[in-house]
Design a protein around this ligand. Sequence first.
Ligand code: F6R
Ligand code: ZN
Length: 186
Amino acid sequence: MDPIRSELTWEPAQLGPDAVRTIRRTSDLRGLFVDAASLEELVRAGDPVVYETYEPSIPEGPGHLRYGLTVLYPGHVGREYFMTRGHFHLRRETAEVYVPLRGRGVLVLQDELGRCRVEDLHPGVVVYVPPGWAHRSVNTGSEPLVFFYVYPADAGHDYETVARSGFRVRVLAQDGHPQVVPVEGP
Ligand code: F6R
Ligand code: ZN
């Protein structure tokens, strides 16, 4: 294949010109947030976009790297900050690199033993997601959280494990500040 060149724009934050844009609205994220009633209110009030990703069409085969841009908008569902669905990679031996470009947030990581880590995301840091760690980004700021990411193209995405077992922490607003709160349960 030929080399690919992408262009980053800032206002609005986008990756172009040939990236595939995927949009996730509140109605796509039922079951994700703890406050289901507040989510339905948002759906009725116009179903805002929670996040979008832009990814060039790079083959999902071995040897390739896929990369993209996530734009995670500021907002809350009840007290819970807007966040991505979160996933393990299907091939657990694959890692990922996150490079925040704008905004503030956290990356919640959890391994299959249930160990949790929370890493700050803001311009000036790079976060390495090691193999075997599920990851979910959370916008704790008041502007879009924009980050670039790159991962092995054959990684695959496993959303089911996270949907079934969940993350052990949630990130909630407390007096206007983010608080990492353990999830009750077995
Ligand atoms: C790719 C990756 C991120 C997310 C994106 C949306 O492996 O980790 O680019 O895909 O931030 O989040 P999800 O995929 O969890 O909806
Ligand atoms: Zn990933």
